[in-house]
Design a protein around this ligand. Structure first.
Ligand code: HEC
Length: 664
């Protein structure tokens, strides 16, 4: 379950929407109620992580839950009298339930009824935020499916079902909607519009889907607007990007208030430029904008955490220790937005941040005996470690080397095969048919290019599911790499493959059809091309969009290409021979190491989206570049590879020769 996004909105919704110094105590009833509703939900979520079948599995999570409930109990004092007593009772029941290790399901029901009670008592809507940043792509698909028949494909209110309706479906591109925030769209999607044809989707779509379609629908009026220009303008102001990528803030903002916000932050006054800024700010919090670049997402969140820590410190300096402790909790809640991803990649740092924040809160609560400044600087340096780890994404030097090995090995294999084919033709007395081979090779290169484009498209289209696509690609690449390196270890690969191709050639020559000959060449080269594309897709996924890492991969590709070209010329002109055995032994060992790291990295990607669980192994080294992560699941996947290698080596060097000898 990914509660991160929902957790994260908590503190900074209040922080950003209100003047900086406003402490939790002075919240408006609506904001206080929202904070309480969110905190108790978070407490129960933590509790669920820590308890299973009435037994405590992870004590820290349960303690965290208690702490959150204590905070909620204190905050409840600030609610209006009309809802205070019942809220207090509900929180006491939750505290008792946690103490008695009750079934989490019962506690969740308690949270739901508390939320409903607050909504009724205060006459407000405590809209649940999505659990993950809403995806525009997903929203577009849902809109097409569920809304377009009435509102029209472009939202102009002219869908095929529109003519018979009274009142007619609204024009979602109307300029009057500048006054309507996405959260209003969400409410209408949720409950429909009574007395009209507008249906309620609350029961049919998941929470995240309803938000996705609401965001898509409310961005329709910005279709075709110069979003890119707005993005470029905002990029000059990192703090502005941080603010507008907070969906909790933009979801509640009308276009006019967004415009006022970006105008103040950027100092831009030109109306056309402001339109562009709003057009981008409207969608800046979408998964596509955040999720496509994990490093950016982490950096933005950490910036928000630091701001919140600074607020807590300011309260501490003013001697308001209880408020400071509360603000430190709010800062930690912002961090929760990236916590599960971090836990999968680098559990050591995740734990370090968690402890640092616990210490900071303890220091605020007991400043006489603890050192607030030391606690604060530990929080800061733990956050530094988070950012440093995020931008790692594979060391550029290492990626350069891996990229070089892949292109050299696959390219050389292709060259050897083409060489063998031409030699064969010459020997067979048909040198004029070399052109057919050229055709096959050209087609194979083209097909490889198309395959590469296909991969790139899949990666781009699957932004919301990016980790899944990347994880699966890495695991497939790991398996194929293992296979290739296995055959190399057995040293028969090239000869075997070449003799297979030669046989085909003989058949093709015999049949006299020129496309048959081109087909053989195509087959031989495309096989290498396909492998190359697959391996590069896995490498690029590993680079995480970081520029130095991508440059490393590109550099390796270019350097390898140059070496290959030189080798080809040398082999053709001067009949240089390459010592094949050592070459293939060395490259296959390197490929094996790569397969090993892809296996760990692939599992780590899937852990990030929750497809695979995370069981920390604190003693295990963390070396993401080599696919080493301190979790049981990643380590196990690599153990499988290690065992498979040992088995392969035993077979090739020990068992197979024995069998062969026995037969002989
Ligand atoms: C069966 C037809 C129908 C479908 C399907 C439908 N709507 Fe509506 N919708 C309407 C009608 C009719 C209204 C006008 C209500 C009114 O006039 O107050 C409306 C109003 C709205 C409004 C309010 C517009 C305004 O001017 O305030 C929004 C927002 C909206 N719909 C979004 C959606 C979304 C998003 C979907 C898909 C998830 C959707 N609708 C699906 C018929 C439909």
């Amino acid at each position: 379950m990914s509660l991160n996004f929902f957790r994260a909105r908590l503190a900074f919704a209040a922080l950003l929407a209100l003047p900086a110094a406003t402490p939790a105590q002075d919240l408006a009833p609506e904001d206080a109620a929202r904070r309480i509703a969110d905190i108790v939900a978070l407490a129960v979520a933590e509790y669920e992580l820590g308890v299973s079948d009435g037994r405590i599995m992870r004590l820290e999570e349960v303690q965290e839950a208690r702490l959150f409930l204590d905070d909620a109990r204190r905050s409840a004092e600030r609610l209006p009298a009309s809802v205070r007593t019942l809220t207090r009772q509900a929180i006491e029941r939750l505290i008792a339930g946690v103490a008695a290790l009750d079934d989490p399901g019962a506690l969740r029901l308690e949270v739901d009824s508390l939320r409903a009670h607050l909504e009724r008592g205060l006459g407000i809507a405590l809209d649940p935020m999505p659990q993950n940043p809403p995806s525009l792509a997903r929203g577009a698909v849902l809109y097409e499916r569920a809304c377009a028949q009435c509102h029209g494909a472009l939202g102009r209110g002219d869908g095929p079902a529109a003519p018979g309706l009274d009142p007619p479906p609204g024009d979602l591109t109307a300029s009057a909607l500048r006054e309507v925030a996405p959260v209003e769209f969400f409410r209408k999607v949720n409950v429909g519009v009574a007395g009209t044809a507008m249906p309620a989707f609350g029961a049919q779509m998941s929470l995240d889907d309803r938000w996705a379609v609401a965001l898509h629908a409310s961005a329709l009026r910005w279709r075709g607007a110069p979003r890119e220009r707005g993005q470029a303008l905002l990029a000059r102001c990192p703090e502005c990007l941080t603010v507008v990528s907070d969906f909790a803030l933009t979801a509640g903002a009308t276009d006019d208030s967004l415009r006022a916000l970006v105008a103040t932050m950027t100092g831009v006054a030109d109306s056309v430029a402001l339109d562009a800024l709003v057009a981008y700010a409207r969608v800046a919090a979408a998964a596509e904008e955040l999720g496509g670049d994990r490093v950016l997402g982490v950096t933005r969140t950490v910036a928000r955490v630091r701001e919140a820590v600074e607020r807590a410190a300011a309260l501490g300096r003013a001697g308001q220790m209880e408020r400071a402790a509360q603000a430190a909790l709010d800062a930690y809640l912002v961090f929760e937005g990236i916590e599960s991803g971090l836990r999968a990649r680098d559990p050591g740092t995740a734990i370090r941040v968690e402890r640092a924040f616990a210490e900071l809160r303890a220091a605020f609560n007991d400043p006489a005996r603890r050192d607030v400044n030391a606690a604060r600087s530990e929080v800061e340096s733990a956050l530094d470690a988070v950012v440093a780890g995020a931008s790692g994404g594979g060391a550029p030097g290492l990626l350069f080397g891996q990229s070089l090995v892949i292109i050299l090995r696959e390219g050389l294999e292709a060259i050897l095969i083409i060489g063998a084919l031409t030699t064969f033709l010459v020997k067979a007395g048909a040198p004029e048919r070399r052109r057919d081979i050229g055709k096959g090779v050209g087609l194979a290169l083209l097909a490889s290019l198309v395959t590469a484009l296909g991969f790139a498209t899949v990666f781009r289209a699957a932004v919301a599911q990016r980790e899944v696509v990347e994880g699966v690609t890495m695991l497939v690449a790991a398996a194929v790499l293992f296979w290739v390196s296995y055959w190399l270890v057995s040293k028969i690969e090239v000869q075997k493959w070449q003799s297979f191709v030669r046989e085909r050639m003989r058949a093709a020559l015999g049949s006299g059809r020129r496309w048959a000959l081109a087909g053989v060449a195509f087959l031989a080269v495309y096989r290498e091309g396909f492998e190359t594309v697959l391996f590069y897709a896995a490498l690029v996924a590993n680079a995480d969009g970081s520029m130095p890492a991508l440059a490393g991969i590109g550099g390796g590709l270019a350097a390898g290409g140059a070496v290959l070209a030189a080798l080809y010329v040398a082999m053709q002109r001067y009949s240089v021979r390459i010592p094949l055995k050592p070459f293939f032994a060395a490259t296959s060992a390197l490929l094996y190491v790569m397969a090993f790291s892809f296996a760990g990295q692939g599992v780590a990607e899937l852990q990030e989206v929750g497809w695979i669980g995370v069981t920390p192994l604190d003693w295990f080294p963390a070396l993401p570049a080599l696919g080493l992560f301190p979790t049981m699941q990643t380590a196990l996947s690599q153990l499988v590879f290690a065992v498979a290698l040992l088995a392969a080596l035993a077979w090739v060097f020990w068992l197979e020769p024995r069998v062969a000898r026995a037969r002989a």
